[in-house]
Design a protein around this ligand. Structure first.
Ligand SMILES: [Zn+2]
Ligand SMILES: [Zn+2]
Length: 271
C-alpha cells in the first residue's frame, strides 16, 4: 500500500475527482447528461441510454477512479492508461502497468466498503474485459490481467471468464453495446456458471459503456448475482455546447484530487 501511495502521488496532479450522482451528473457513469428542452438535465447521459438499452440488467453505477480528457495539456492520465505511454515522473519513467496497478490498489483499499455496499456483499470474483481492439499490439490483450496480478487484494479472486466475439468488434468500436459481444469461456458457455457470484468487473477505460455494459450483460446472463463495474478512467469530452459536461470538468479541475473520496461516498461526506 505504501508503494501504491508513493507511485500515485508522483502523478497525483493528473487525477480528477469523479462527481457523486446529482442533478446534472449521469447516475450510471457520472459524467454530464444533456439538458432537456425545458433546461433540466436528463437523469442519464445519451451514451448510457444507448449502451444499456434493451439489456435486462446492466452495471449501475459504473465507478471510475478519475475523469480524463483525450486532448489538450491535461491529457496525461489518458496517455498513460489509454494510450499506454510511459510518462516522466520526477527523475524516472513511470510505466502504464505500474501506475494502473498502483491506482487500483490504492483506490480499492480506500473504497472497498463503498463497492461492497453496491454489490450487496463481499466480492466472490474479480474479472476483466478482454480486448476487442484487433488493431492493438498483442501486449495490449494481456495488460489488465497482468495489472490485477500485481494487486494483493484482487488477484486471489481473479478469474478470466469472458471471450470477445470478433463478429461484434465493429459494433463496440461504434460505441454501441451488443448482448453477444462477449461470451463465457469454453465449458462455462451456455450454463449458469456464475450463479450467486458477486463480480467486480475491472477495465482500464470507460468511454461509452459499450464494452463494460456488454460484458456485464454476459456475466448477468451467466447467473451473476451482482456485477459492479470499476474503471480506472472515465473519459469526458468537455464541450462548450454541453453545459453539464463542461461544468463537471471545470469543477474537477478546480478541486484537488483525493483518493480518500469516490463517486459513491463523496455525497455522504459532502466533498
Ligand atoms: Zn452516463
Ligand atoms: Zn468511497
Amino acid at each position: 500500500m505504501d508503494r501504491a501511495r508513493a507511485v500515485t502521488d508522483l502523478v497525483i496532479p493528473l487525477f480528477r475527482n469523479v462527481p457523486a450522482a446529482r442533478s446534472g451528473v449521469c447516475r450510471i457513469c457520472h459524467t454530464g447528461p444533456n439538458n432537456k428542452p425545458n433546461g433540466e438535465p436528463y437523469e442519464i447521459c445519451s451514451s448510457c441510454a444507448r449502451t444499456v438499452n434493451g439489456f435486462r440488467r446492466h452495471a449501475e453505477p459504473v465507478v471510475s477512479i478519475s475523469l480524463a480528457v483525450e486532448e489538450g495539456d491535461d491529457n496525461g492520465l489518458f496517455r498513460l492508461v489509454a494510450r499506454k505511454e510511459a510518462v516522466r515522473a520526477g527523475t524516472s519513467w513511470l510505466s502504464p502497468e505500474t501506475l494502473m496497478a498502483a491506482s487500483l490498489s490504492r483506490f480499492y483499499d480506500a473504497h472497498e466498503a463503498c463497492l461492497i455496499q453496491v454489490a450487496g456483499g463481499p466480492f466472490t470474483m474479480v474479472t476483466t474485459i478482454p480486448s476487442t481492439r484487433l488493431d492493438r499490439p498483442i501486449e495490449a490483450f494481456h495488460i489488465m490481467p497482468r495489472v490485477i496480478s500485481m494487486i494483493g487484494a484482487l488477484r486471489d479472486h481473479y478469474k478470466p471468464v469472458l471471450l470477445p466475439n470478433d463478429r461484434y468488434a465493429a459494433v463496440l468500436a461504434g460505441r454501441d453495446s451488443h448482448p453477444d459481444a462477449f461470451q463465457m469461456m469454453g465449458m462455462l458457455n451456455g450454463s449458469q456458471a456464475l450463479r450467486g457470484e458477486r463480480v467486480l468487473l475491472v477495465d482500464d477505460l470507460f468511454v461509452s459503456g459499450a464494452h463494460m455494459q456488454s460484458a456485464a450483460y454476459t456475466l448477468f446472463k451467466a447467473g451473476a448475482e451482482e456485477v459492479v463495474a470499476l474503471a480506472i478512467l472515465r473519459l469526458i469530452v468537455p464541450s462548450a455546447w454541453h453545459e453539464n459536461r463542461r461544468s463537471i470538468w471545470q469543477e474537477a479541475s478546480d478541486q484537488p484530487f483525493s483518493f480518500d473520496r469516490c463517486c459513491l461516498c463523496a455525497a455522504a461526506r459532502r466533498w
